[in-house]
Design a protein around this ligand. Structure first.
Ligand code: HEC
Length: 174
């Protein structure tokens, strides 16, 4: 009797939970994008786009700007690295696509959020955004790639939560 009652009373919560996964996997535009970091033709095209559109801030070698964790005098953050020392690889494929296409302000739902990061929806096509992020993803060492694949699977509702243990993240969150 008791377990059945619990299940019934939890039903709305379960619905919200399932629904939030659906949202999480498709983000703000309802379309789930997957990066193509194994497709070397796309990766190579992405490298050119990166050097033209992103390297001036995120660095020719994806190293980011100095002191990237510290806000400047106007309260803005410098550009973070896209290599293994940054946190780009902590985010799922679709989220990276949406940050680049729509901007962080839209993704976090705060239209007053100020950032130096441009919004690319009127600058690059969806294919170009996928290519440039595929190039970035392709550059990560195995540990970061495995982690990010798990984060992506979780966001897509294909895995309960990342099981991969990252010594780097363990250090970060301790
Ligand atoms: C004018 C400087 C500038 C350019 C050019 C730029 N970015 Fe950024 N980017 C930033 C800044 C600054 C941030 C940090 C966001 C913040 O302020 O909260 C950022 C953050 C990001 C993030 C989120 C990273 C994370 O770990 O959360 C992604 C993804 C990203 N940029 C991708 C790109 C891509 C792809 C390009 C090129 C198409 C690009 N950026 C071009 C300045 C720039």
């Amino acid at each position: 009797m008791k377990p059945a009652l619990t299940t019934i009373s939890l039903f709305p919560l379960i619905l919200v939970w399932v629904w939030s996964w659906a949202i999480a996997s498709e983000g703000v535009d309802g379309i789930r994008v997957s990066l193509k970091s194994e497709d070397l033709v796309i990766v190579q095209a992405g490298e050119k786009i990166y050097q033209t559109h992103c390297a001036s801030c995120h660095g020719v070698y994806l190293e980011g700007q100095p002191d990237w964790r510290t806000r400047d005098a106007s309260g803005l953050l410098p550009a973070p690295p896209h290599d293994a020392t940054g946190h780009t690889w902590h985010h799922a494929d679709d989220l990276l696509f949406e940050i680049t296409k729509y901007g962080a302000a839209v993704i976090i739902g705060d239209k007053n959020y100020k950032t130096n990061m441009p919004v690319y929806k009127d600058i690059l096509s969806d294919q170009d955004i996928i290519a440039v992020l595929s190039f970035i993803k392709n550059s990560w060492p195995e540990e970061q790639r495995v982690w990010q694949e798990e984060v992506t699977a979780t966001a897509n509702g294909e895995a309960p939560e990342p099981t991969y243990k990252s010594p780097i993240l363990d250090k970060l969150f301790k």
